[in-house]
Design a protein around this ligand. Structure first.
Ligand code: GDP
Ligand code: MG
Length: 416
C-alpha cells in the first residue's frame, strides 16, 4: 500500500504501433517510441507493479495475422471519445498531439498524503451499507450470556447472512477458541472477538490491483446481467483517470444498444476512449481495443462484457473466446479477469464465482450492492471456499461508492 509503482520501461524493441487497420483513425503520437518511465500516484486503490522481471516478448506479427481473418469483421469497430473525434467533445478544442515524452520519471499525478481523507467517509458508508447484514448478527449479543444459546444464535444469524455452512462452522470454532484464550467474560468482548475472526478469515481476499506492470494493463470484466459490471467499470475508470492513468474501454457488450452510452456517461470523455461496434463480435471489439491500447500507449484497457449465466454454455464459450483473442492481441493479456457479483445474490454468488473461475480463471472479484443486502456474509463463504481476491466492493450507485476491500474495515463495519 502507498508505494510507488512504475510503468516498466518498454523492452528494447518498443512495440511498434504497427498499422492497426481496425482502428478507424490512427492517432499514434501518444505511443512513445522511446522508453518512457512514469510514476503514478500511490494510493490505496492500486498496487505496486511487480519487481523487474524479464519483459514479455512483444512478438508482434503472427498472432495478429492469425486472427485478422476470422475475427475482424470487414467493418471496423469505431473508436469514440478520442480527442480528435468530431462528435463527443464539442467544447473541447483538439489538444495538440503529444510530441516528446518527458524524461523519466514523470509524476503523472501528484502524490497525496498517504492517509486518504475520503476513506473515513467511506467507512461510514460501508457501515451503513452493511447494516442489514450486521444487525442480525449483532442482535445475538444483546443482553447475552456467553453460553451455548449465544453460539446457536450466532450460527443461525451467520447462516441467514449467507455465510455458508463451512465458513460458519469455521468462524464459530475459531470464536470459541478466542473466547477461551482471551478469557472473555461478557458478550461485547465476544462480539469484538468475532470481528477479529471475520477479519482473519477475510484477510486472504485483500489484494491491490496492479496497474503499470504492463502497458496496457488489460482487465476483462465478466458477470451475470445486472451485477454491476458497467457501473463498476465506470467508477473504476473515473478513479483511474483521476490518478492520471489513461484508459481505453472496450464495449464488448455488443448485445445492448445502450451499453456503449452507459459507459460513455460514466467515462471522463477527455481521458477515456471507447472501442465499440453495435451488434459486432465482442471478441473482435476486444481484440481491436487491446491493439488500440497498445498503439496508443494506454495504461489500462477495460473490457466490458455482456451479462451471462454460467449455465449458458455458448455464452460462456464466447467469454473464453474473448479471453483467447485478447491474448492473441497481447500475449501477456488479459492481466486481470474480474468477476462482478451482486452482494444480494448470497450463496448463488459463490456458485457464480466457482463457475466463472472454472471457465476463465478469475484473478479478482468486485462485489457490488452490499448496501441494502442482508447477505453480506457471502464474502466469508468465498474466503473459505474459493478465496479469489476482492479488489473492490460497492455500496451504492454513486461514483464514490466503490472502494478497495479491507478485511478489518469490513469486519468492523459489519459488527461495529
Ligand atoms: N445499490 C447499488 N446499486 C448498484 C451498485 N452497483 C451497481 N448498481 C446498480 O445496478 C444496476 C445494474 O448495473 P449495471 O452496471 O448496468 O450492471 P451490468 O449488467 O452488470 O453491467 C444499475 O442500476 C446500477 O446503478 C451498488 O454497489 N449498489
Ligand atoms: Mg453492463
Amino acid at each position: 500500500m502507498f508505494s510507488f509503482f512504475k510503468k516498466k520501461p518498454q523492452p528494447d524493441a518498443a512495440p511498434a504501433p504497427a498499422p492497426s487497420p481496425e482502428v478507424s483513425s490512427g492517432e499514434t503520437p501518444a505511443a512513445p517510441a522511446t522508453p518512457a518511465r512514469s510514476v503514478f500516484s500511490p494510493s490505496s486503490w492500486f498496487g505496486k507493479g511487480a519487481p523487474p522481471a524479464p519483459p514479455p516478448a512483444p512478438s508482434p506479427a503472427p498472432e495478429v495475422e492469425a486472427l485478422a481473418t476470422p475475427a475482424i469483421p470487414p467493418e471496423a469497430p469505431t473508436l469514440l471519445g478520442q480527442p480528435e473525434s468530431p462528435q463527443p467533445t464539442p467544447a473541447e478544442p483538439a489538444p495538440p498531439p503529444v510530441t516528446a515524452p518527458a524524461p523519466a520519471p514523470v509524476v503523472i499525478a501528484p502524490v497525496p498524503a498517504p492517509a486518504q481523507p475520503e476513506r473515513s467517509g467511506w467507512l461510514g458508508k460501508l457501515k451503513n451499507g452493511l447494516r442489514k447484514t450486521g444487525n442480525s448478527i449483532t442482535a445475538a449479543f444483546v443482553n447475552a450470556q456467553i453460553d451455548d444459546e449465544l453460539y446457536e444464535e450466532l450460527e443461525e444469524a451467520l447462516l441467514m447472512a449467507d455465510t455458508g455452512v463451512k465458513a460458519t462452522e469455521h468462524l464459530l470454532e475459531d470464536l470459541r477458541r478466542r473466547v477461551k484464550s482471551n478469557m472473555a467474560t461478557d458478550a461485547s468482548q465476544v462480539k469484538s472477538l468475532l470481528a477479529d475472526a471475520i477479519a482473519d478469515l477475510l484477510r486472504p481476499l485483500e489484494k491491490s490491483l496492479v496497474i503499470g506492470e504492463y502497458t496496457p494493463t488489460v482487465i476483462m470484466v465478466a458477470g451475470v446481467n445486472g451485477a454491476g459490471k458497467t457501473t463498476s467499470i465506470g467508477k473504476l475508470t473515473k478513479h483511474l483517470a483521476n490518478e492520471g492513468a489513461s484508459v481505453l474501454l472496450a464495449a464488448a457488450d455488443t448485445f445492448r444498444a445502450a451499453a456503449r452510452e452507459q459507459l460513455l456517461v460514466w467515462a471522463d470523455r477527455n481521458t477515456v476512449e471507447i472501442v465499440s461496434q453495435e451488434g459486432g463480435d465482442p471478441a473482435a471489439v476486444s481484440f481491436d481495443a487491446v491493439n488500440a491500447g497498445k498503439a496508443r500507449g494506454k495504461d489500462v484497457v477495460l473490457v466490458d462484457t455482456a451479462g451471462r449465466l454460467p449455465t449458458q454454455i455458448h455464452l460462456m464459450d464466447e467469454l473464453k473466446k474473448i479471453k483467447r483473442v485478447v491474448n492473441r492481441a497481447d500475449p501477456t493479456a488479459p492481466h486481470e479477469v474480474l468477476l462482478v457479483i451482486d452482494g444480494n445474490t448470497g450463496q448463488n454468488a459463490l456458485a457464480q464465482v466457482k463457475a466463472f473461475d472454472e471457465a476463465l480463471g478469475l484473478t479478482g472479484l468486485v462485489v457490488t450492492k452490499l448496501d441494502g443486502t442482508a447477505k453480506g456474509g457471502v464474502l466469508c463463504a468465498i474466503a473459505r471456499e474459493r478465496p479469489i481476491p476482492v479488489y473492490f466492493i460497492g455500496v451504492g450507485e454513486k461514483l464514490e461508492d466503490l472502494e478497495t476491500f479491507d478485511a478489518r474495515e469490513f469486519a468492523q463495519a459489519l459488527l461495529g
